[in-house]
Ligand binder design. Sequence first.
Ligand code: SF4
Ligand code: SF4
Length: 106
Amino acid sequence: MAMDNIIGLTRGGTRWVPQFAIALDEEKCIGCGRCFKVCPRDVLEIVQRALDVAANEDLDDDDDDGDDSDNSYMRLANAMDCIGCEACSRVCPKKCFTHAPLPLAA
Ligand code: SF4
Ligand code: SF4
C-alpha cells in the first residue's frame, strides 16, 4: 500500500499539501540569494563556483554593480528541513526549484 503524503494544517484546520523543494538547478541559478533570504528553515546554502574560485581567489570584493553573483549558486544543503512552503520558488527569477509532495521519510 502506498504511503500517504505529508499534509499540513492551517490555523483554521484546512489541510494543505506541502510541496517540498526536491531539486535546485545549479546551472540556471545566478546566485542572487533571494531564496536564501525567504527560506524559513535554513534549507539553502550559497556555494562559490569552483571554476571562478580558481580564476579569482577574492570573490568578495564588494563592487556594487549588482552583477557579480554569477560566481555563486544555491544548494539544497539541508533538504530534510524543508517544510514545503514554496517561498523559494515564488521569489526565484530563474525557476530553479523543483517541488513535489512527499511521504514521511523513514
Ligand atoms: S519550500 Fe520553503 S522551506 Fe523548503 S527550501 Fe523553499 S523556502 Fe525553504
Ligand atoms: S532565487 Fe533562484 S536564482 Fe536566486 S539564488 Fe535562489 S535558486 Fe538561485
